[in-house]
Design a protein. Structure first.
Length: 195
């Protein structure tokens, strides 16, 4: 991707974000991983109510760049190249953030680890999960709520297809089951960010 095109797309994504929190010396960079329907966006919204963070939601950002997304590998590669540049730009400015994306493969996450290392951000990893029957219900409800401002197009078939690509997170991370009370994990992350 040409440098000027990348820069203008990063700018478009930046403008699509809600108000940014105040910069800090060592910003938190929270990477959330999990299959569609496991409750990543819910978890991120709950965390953002307790900490000043900007949420980078890959589904919403995809629709900024691609109003009619096709979810092809080249489109996803382009999207994440742009998101990674956006993450770098925000962290350089000291803006704490959460990346809300599936982040299923360790190879994809390695890139995020390197960004955090290079920019001396406080990296916190979270694996979000829920029992398959709960996910199936959620995804079914999501498809039925046509008028809902739903940023994700993933359904049960997408979940089933992606399930085989989940790789173990090789670094210390929090695991949270969103079918249960998520408060204990939220509390631990809030403490770690403030430490």
């Amino acid at each position: 991707m040409e440098h000027t095109q990348l820069a203008s797309e990063v700018q478009r994504l930046t403008e699509s974000l809600e108000q940014l929190p105040e910069p800090v010396v060592k910003p938190a960079f929270i990477v959330v991983s999990g299959l569609p329907g496991t409750g990543k966006s819910y978890f991120c919204s709950q965390l953002a109510q307790r900490l000043p963070l900007v949420i980078l939601e890959s589904d919403a950002l995809r629709k900024v760049l691609f109003p009619s997304p096709n979810y092809s590998p080249p489109e996803s590669a382009h999207l994440f190249q742009t998101i990674h540049r956006l993450i770098e730009r925000l962290l350089k400015r000291g803006i704490p953030l959460i990346l809300d994306a599936t982040n299923l493969s360790e190879r994809e996450r390695e890139h995020l680890y390197r960004i955090a290392d290079r920019l001396d951000a406080k990296l916190i990893l979270v694996r979000v999960e829920a029992p398959p029957e709960v996910v199936q219900e959620r995804l079914k409800a999501r498809q039925e709520e046509v008028n809902l401002v739903n940023k994700s197009d993933a359904d049960w078939a997408v979940y089933q297809k992606m399930k085989s690509s989940v790789q173990k997170i090789r670094h210390n991370h929090y695991a949270v089951d969103t079918s249960r009370d998520i408060t204990p994990v939220l509390d631990k992350i809030v403490r770690e960010v403030r430490r």
